[in-house]
Design a protein around this ligand. Structure first.
Ligand code: FES
Ligand SMILES: [Fe+2]
Length: 431
């Protein structure tokens, strides 16, 4: 397959089978998700000692736990007896997990601590070797609360992998006055009948909003006047102040901040907005209220961390591939430290904004792409916008290739990393 894969990704186009072939999908789930530093969870999803949350690494079931000392672990949710999952709840608090099938028990650091009627495993050499029968452990590292896991035994440290993406993440996290970010348990789950990469392709695609989301944007323009929300995407996006960048190793960035001098005054009207603002102005005075409200909406940033985490505005969107033509997207609202409760409330209510009114436009396009990509005689998906227009540059400050927001350079960056991982000789293992 490796040989074939190199012919399917070209500098200006990729083959449709990358979106439709179940064998490629299976290889991605193993190699790509196992071999990258893949986002697993945010530390605030397991805030206290012995908290856990159930996740996936590709399609591998995983439990992310916090032990009694505060350290985070990622365990393969797969009993070492006959393979059943040992954790069947989405989240909770537990010092140990007992497999419902035959009762083997594991600590939340993965050690096998109990085997019912263990004498049945006795051999002439002695008792059962518990040390070799612990849950599979996935190497994890954390960056400012974001927990990533990899099975690549030779993966570089997370910080090296993130490169300039870590600085971009800092910018996003430091919109919080205290640097604290909390991911909310309650999430907005969506599924679409299409390949998972359609979502990643879209996340730094500044070419589509003026078309895909035109109804939402023009409705707001008519209702609330010019200058509100993302109306700048209705103009010539080759000429605007938004940019996209290749952050390296498949991580990409869409930066809208050049079009947003101040966040709160420009934000779209949202439920309860006037009431929250009035309360804050009365309590804090105008200047402090306006400062507090700035991080309540948006962030003007889409940060895409290969292969499955899309940070969009104030939300995290996690891509969960279910099948070659089926994907779940989960939008998590985030709250931040050091702000009044009203700001937190507005951030929560943003779930009623773009995830509800904009994302359905994208989901429809993803499904229609999947339908169109089923045509065998039409083989190629074009990724060459601005490839040769001479419009991209290496940003001196960041060292990253950067272009106008309509440049498809993020998609090409994705495919470069994809090819690298899918054709590498990776050694994947649990510890
Ligand atoms: S499969 Fe878990 S105890 Fe048997
Ligand atoms: Fe979109």
């Amino acid at each position: 397959m490796r040989q074939d894969l190199t012919t399917l990704v070209r500098p200006d186009r990729v083959h449709r089978s990358l979106y439709t072939d179940p064998a490629i999908f299976a290889a991605e789930m193993t190699t790509l998700f196992g071999g990258s530093w893949t986002f697993l969870a945010h530390g605030s999803e397991v805030p206290g000692p012995h908290d856990y949350v159930r996740k996936r690494l590709g399609q591998r079931p995983v439990i992310v736990t916090r032990d009694g000392d505060g350290a985070i672990h990622a365990l393969v949710n797969r009993c070492t007896h006959r393979g059943a999952t040992v954790c069947r709840l989405d989240a909770g608090t537990a010092t140990r997990f007992t497999c419902p099938y035959h009762g083997w028990t594991f600590s939340n650091t993965g050690a096998l601590t109990g085997v019912p009627w263990g004498a049945g495993y006795r051999t002439p050499a002695g008792a059962i070797d518990r040390a070799e029968l612990g849950l599979g452990r996935i190497r994890v590292e954390t960056y400012r609360g974001f927990v990533f896991g990899t099975l690549d035994v030779d993966a570089p440290p997370l910080l090296e992998h993130l490169g300039y993406a870590a600085t971009v993440l800092d910018d996003w996290i430091d919109r919080s006055p205290t640097g604290e970010v909390r991911v909310q348990h309650g999430a907005h789950r969506m599924e679409f009948a299409g390949n998972w990469k359609l979502a990643y392709d879209n996340s730094a695609d500044g070419y589509h909003p003026g078309f895909s989301h035109r109804s939402l944007l023009t409705m707001r323009q008519e209702q609330y006047g010019a200058g509100v929300d993302m109306q700048y995407v209705l103009a010539d996006v080759d000429a605007g102040a938004q940019t996209v960048a290749d952050l390296g190793r498949g991580n990409t960035f869409l930066d809208q901040r050049g079009e947003i001098p101040r966040f709160w005054p420009q934000a779209a009207p949202s439920p309860g907005r006037e009431a929250y603002e009035a309360v804050l102005r009365a309590r804090l005075g105008d200047a402090l209220a306006e400062e507090a409200l700035e991080p309540a909406v948006g962030s003007g940033m889409n940060i895409n961390l290969f292969p499955n985490l899309l940070i969009i505005g104030n939300q995290l969107q996690v891509i969960e591939p279910l099948a070659v033509n089926r994907t779940r997207l989960t939008w998590y609202a985030t709250s931040i430290g050091g702000v009044p409760d009203e700001v937190t409330a507005i951030r929560m209510r943003l779930q009623e904004d773009f995830p509800s009114f904009g994302e359905p436009d994208d989901l429809v396009n993803f499904e229609e792409c999947q339908d169109g990509l089923s045509v065998p005689e039409m083989e190629w998906v074009m990724t060459h916008r601005h490839l040769q227009s001479g419009r991209s540059w290496i940003d001196e400050r960041t060292g990253c290739e950067t272009g106008p927001v309509s440049d498809e350079l993020p998609i090409r960056a994705f495919w470069r990393r994809w090819s690298e991982l899918m054709t590498a000789d990776l050694k994947l293992a649990v510890t």
